[in-house]
Design a protein around this ligand. Structure first.
Ligand SMILES: NC(=O)c1ccc[n+]([C@@H]2O[C@H](COP(=O)([O-])OP(=O)(O)OC[C@H]3O[C@@H](n4cnc5c(N)ncnc54)[C@H](OP(=O)(O)O)[C@@H]3O)[C@@H](O)[C@H]2O)c1
Length: 303
C-alpha cells in the first residue's frame, strides 16, 4: 500500500514522488528516461516533471517503456514560459510532450509571469479546465509566496490544490504565513528539497541527532537499515505534505519506495520534536525569489 493525501478536488495524490528536475536529470532526456524506468520498476507511483526540465517527453516514454498504464502513475508537470497570450498553445504543448493529460498542472513560478498578471494567468488556466481542454487535470502552483497566493485566491473559481515549494524543518518558521493560507484554503503543501537538512546543510543542524536516534529505533524495530533521509521523508509525509524527492542510484530509489511501502509512520512526539528543533533555524537551498517582499526570519543557519 502506498500512502496518499486527499486534495480539495477529491483526488488522492501519492504522498511520495520522484522528480526528474534535479540530481543531474534536469534538461537531459536519456538519464530522465533511464532512471524514470528504474524508478517506476522499483515501485515509484508518481513522477514530477516540468516544461523547464525538458523531461516531459522522457516521462511519457518511461511510462511506455516500463509498460505502466497512465492511470496507475500520477504525473505532475509545470509550465513556465507561457505568457497569458500563449497559455492555450503552451498547455497543448505540455499534453503533446507528455503524450497524455497530466494529473496535476502547476504554474512553476510566480516571477515568470509579468507583474500583476498572475491572477489573469490563473483565470486562463481555469478556462481551459472549464472548456474541457484540461478536463480532469488538477491545477496548482509552485514557489508561491503569501502575496502570490492571495492574488490567485482573489479571483479563483477553482482554488489551487497544491503549492509546491522548498519545505523541510529549516524553512518552517519562514513559511508559516504561506502554511496558514494553505490551511485556510485547503491547499496541500508539496515539499521539494525535502532532504536539504541531511544533504545540504553544512552540519546537519539541530535535527541531525534526533533523526539519527529515530533512524536507529526504526532500524532495530524493522530489521532493515533505515537512514536519516528516510526519517526526514517520513516526517514530511507525517506532516500531511507530499514529499518530492529524487535519486539516480538504484539503491536509493529502492529506499525511497521502501519508506512508503515498508516503514511505519513516525510517532506524533517524534514529528513534533523534529519540528520544534527545525523551527529555531533558517536554512534554505533554493533561494530565488522566496525572500523578496517576504523577508526571511532573523534566525541562525545553525545552532
Ligand atoms: N517546483 C520547483 O521549483 C522545484 C525546485 C526544485 C526541485 N523540484 C522537484 O523536486 C525534485 C526533488 O528535488 P531535490 O533534488 O531538491 O530533492 P531532495 O530530496 O532534497 O534531494 C534529492 C537528492 O537526494 C539524494 N538522495 C536520495 N535518497 C537518498 C538517501 N537515502 N541518502 C542520501 N541521499 C539521497 C539523491 O542523490 P542520489 O542520486 O545520489 O541518490 C538526490 O540527488 C526535483 O527533481 C524536481 O522534480 C521542484
Amino acid at each position: 500500500m502506498t500512502r496518499t493525501i486527499k486534495l480539495s478536488d477529491g483526488k488522492s495524490i501519492p504522498a511520495l514522488q520522484w522528480g526528474n528536475g534535479s540530481g543531474g536529470l534536469n534538461g537531459k532526456h536519456d538519464p530522465a528516461l533511464e532512471y524514470g524506468i528504474t524508478a517506476l520498476k522499483a515501485g515509484v507511483k508518481a513522477i514530477d516533471t516540468a516544461e523547464l526540465y525538458k523531461t516531459e517527453v522522457a516521462t511519457g516514454e518511461a511510462l511506455k517503456q516500463a509498460a505502466f498504464k497512465k492511470e496507475d502513475i500520477w504525473v505532475t508537470t509545470k509550465n513556465v514560459q507561457a505568457t497569458p497570450e500563449v497559455v492555450k498553445a503552451n498547455v497543448q504543448d505540455r499534453l503533446s510532450k507528455l503524450g497524455f493529460k497530466p494529473d496535476l498542472l502547476l504554474i512553476h513560478n510566480p516571477f515568470v509571469i509579468a507583474d500583476g498578471k498572475i491572477a489573469q494567468f490563473w483565470t486562463l488556466l481555469e478556462d481551459l479546465v472549464l472548456d474541457g481542454t484540461l478536463e480532469g487535470v488538477s491545477l496548482g502552483v509552485s514557489n508561491f509566496r503569501p502575496q502570490d497566493l492571495e492574488a490567485v485566491l482573489s479571483v479563483a473559481r477553482i482554488k489551487p490544490v497544491v503549492n509546491q515549494l522548498e519545505y523541510h524543518p529549516y524553512v518552517l518558521t519562514h513559511l508559516q504565513p504561506v502554511l496558514d493560507i494553505h490551511s485556510k484554503h485547503g491547499i496541500v503543501t508539496e515539499a521539494y528539497g525535502p532532504l536539504t537538512p541531511v544533504l545540504r546543510h553544512p552540519t546537519g543542524g539541530p535535527i541531525k541527532p534526533i533523526l539519527e536516534r529515530i533512524a536507529q529505533r526504526l532500524s532495530k524495530e524493522t530489521g532493515t537499515e533505515v537512514d536519516t533521509a528516510a526519517v526526514l521523508l517520513l516526517w514530511t509525509i507525517g506532516k500531511g505534505v507530499v514529499a518530492v524527492t529524487t535519486s539516480t542510484k538504484e539503491h536509493n530509489i529502492k529506499k525511497i519506495v521502501q519508506v512508503d511501502t515498508a516503514l511505519p509512520d513516525l510517532t506524533k512526539e517524534e514529528i513534533e520534536e523534529i519540528e520544534a528543533a527545525g523551527r529555531k533555524v533558517h536554512f534554505r537551498n533554493y533561494k530565488e525569489h522566496m525572500s523578496k517582499d517576504f523577508p526571511a526570519p532573523n534566525l541562525p543557519e545553525d545552532l
